[in-house]
Design a protein around this ligand. Structure first.
Ligand code: DP6
Length: 338
């Protein structure tokens, strides 16, 4: 039996940073699901044992331990997997060396395949809703992957302003959202493609003894609450302020932890300053967010796409490695490849 899914990456607006066992977040988060950055994964399930993985057609044993760990974690919910051999073929739409994490798209694609296989084999899912089951499994693979199983705006984690929000799985954002956020653009400017972002395991662990942890977790709840009005009213500038504050907080937490990490590169800062200056001078709604790395996600509504793209190509791209950037936007979520 062979099952395939295409599943997207996502970019957090309120960041998940800090977790407890088993892969439960210390604070709520919300993301835009992306479109162009995705993984396409086929899994062949055969009776037997073992795992093999082909990335872009090349046998890649170095990824097998990560998948074995994922299978081990989901085994209590899917004990049938113990009797199957998995052959995974996966392809990322974004270049392997781009510094864009493939864990959200890759893990969610794999989880969606497992859920479909379980259904095809006649097993009863622990969650009645297959997509929710896929979100739970994805989370066990990589926390942020839990949000990749839905399109648009997706929330993960319990917080008073998000009814139905849960630490174990993500949900489509349950409040009214102004149409301009349905088509938001995200251009990823690739600053230092060889540079490895801090590993998520190391990163989240930094929050365990972080002196600012409790304040940070409170701030994330507050930001989730503030976003409700901002998103429903289409308040783009307050949106960009909040999202930039989240990105800089994430990096501030890394810089003020023990050990400390500085993941922004000089060109990252040049880009952030150029964006703020351009916004200030032109009044155009354009802002940024960051992952746990040096690349910059440039955010703007579709209605200003033409001038924003000109600004990206003319002003920001010269700070990127080989002038590279990936033009992405809010996407519709995973697609079955059957
Ligand atoms: C900065 O989901 O990669 O991108 O659960 O350990 O796999 P694990 O971590 P991961 O952490 C993502 C951190 C972030 C913020 C976010 O996506 O919310």
């Amino acid at each position: 039996m062979k099952i395939g899914w295409q599943s997207p990456s996502n970019i957090a607006l309120v960041k998940y940073w800090g977790k407890r066992d088993p892969q439960l977040p210390s604070n709520p988060s919300i993301s835009f699901t992306l479109e162009a950055c995705h993984s396409q994964t086929f899994v062949e399930f055969e009776v037997g044992q073992g795992i093999s993985l082909h990335l872009d057609g090349v046998d890649t044993p170095s990824f097998v331990p990560k998948i074995s760990q994922f299978i081990e974690r989901i085994l209590p919910r899917h004990p049938w997997l113990a009797d199957y051999r998995l052959t995974v073929e996966t392809h990322n739409s974004f270049p392997h060396s781009s510094g864009i994490a493939s864990s959200a798209s890759g893990m969610s694609a794999l989880a969606l395949c497992v859920v479909d296989a379980a259904i095809a084999l006649g097993h009863t899912l622990a969650e009645a809703d297959p997509r929710r089951e896929a979100s739970i499994l994805s989370r066990l693979g990589s926390g942020s992957a839990s949000r990749s199983v839905y399109g648009g705006l997706v929330a993960w984690g319990e917080t008073p302003s998000v009814p139905g929000g849960h630490d174990a799985y993500a949900i489509p954002y349950p409040h009214a959202v102004h149409p301009l956020f349905h088509t938001f653009c995200d251009v990823v400017v690739l600053v230092d493609v060889g540079q490895k972002a801090v590993s998520s395991t190391a990163g989240h662990a930094l929050m365990d003894k972080h002196p600012f942890a409790q304040q940070r977790f409170k701030q994330a709840h507050r930001h989730m609450a503030d976003l409700r009005g901002i998103l429903s009213q289409g308040e783009v500038l307050p949106f960009l302020d909040l999202v930039e504050s989240e990105a800089l907080t994430l990096h501030g937490l890394m810089m003020s932890s023990q050990p400390s990490y500085i993941l922004m590169r000089p060109n990252t800062l040049h880009i952030l300053e150029a964006i703020r200056q351009f916004r200030h001078e032109s009044g155009m709604p354009i802002g940024f967010t960051l992952d746990a790395g040096s690349n910059v996600h440039v955010l703007f509504p579709k209605e200003v796409e033409q001038s924003a793209m000109r600004f990206v190509s003319d002003v920001l791209a010269p700070y990127a490695k080989d002038h590279r950037f990936i033009a992405d936007r809010v996407g519709q979520g995973p697609v079955s490849l059957q």
